[in-house]
Design a protein around this ligand. Sequence first.
Ligand SMILES: O=P(O)(O)OC[C@H]1O[C@@H](O)[C@H](O)[C@@H](O)[C@@H]1O
Length: 278
Amino acid sequence: MLGLPAHVTACLFDLDGVLTQTARVHNAAWTATFDEFLRRRAAATGEPFRPFDPGDDYNRYVDGRPRYDGVRTFLASRGIGLPEGEPGDPPGADTVHGVGNRKNVLLLETLRTSGVDVYPGSVAYLKAATAAGLRRAVVTASANGREVVAAAGLESLLEVRVDGLVARAEGLRGKPEPDTFLAGARLLGAEPADAAVFEDALAGVAAGRAGGFGYVVGVDRVGQADELRANGADVVVRDLAELLDAESAGPGRESTALARESSRMDRGPIVRDRETGA
Ligand SMILES: O=P(O)(O)OC[C@H]1O[C@@H](O)[C@H](O)[C@@H](O)[C@@H]1O
């Protein structure tokens, strides 16, 4: 059904890069944050400045992981360790929390000014899954998950949300560990073997594989299909509309309709940082 094995009864969707076009917003905020940090560090140590790579560095070390895990994992790849600091550290302080907080300031600025765009193919897929009686959860590392889902106008299509704040409150390990996807399946009353994971991040498909989920759909938005497969995707599509196209008998009836649908759902941008109140 809907391009999935027949036994699948539940769908677990990542948010940034799968349902909404916000992976690129996260990426830009990380790039600016790490480049500021690396430039400052190069000036202080006299070592050459090597910028953050929004391709390889983002995909391997940051994408899909919880905010502060992204800071630690990327800096470790450069042989840099920072003190943890405190959640309330000023944005830009030389601590794991200070770096992560700076990124969140930049992220929220862009979301406020530009809003949140959806992927029309994903909205169509969510609607088709709803009509087919499949259970639906969003599972995101982002602590801004609730606001992004609301700004995208997707709340009514999703039954359950496991986001970065839920994970922190429940002590769930972030992707590539499977904990948050397992929690999503549990909340929907589905066994992992009967649930499909939809992910664009390498850490996300790895979490799908680690959790023993019935099917892992890799969504390739940036040209990393081989890496998605190597990390755990059973199938790779460029857009969820492809799964609908595969399903429909006629040539692309669904996707023709999709092309006409606006990619922008004007539910208003995020207005404040829920963690710091800024
Ligand atoms: O900083 P946030 O909003 O809590 O998001 C955490 C992570 O959420 C993931 O969805 C993104 O892929 C990452 O880039 C991001 O760092």
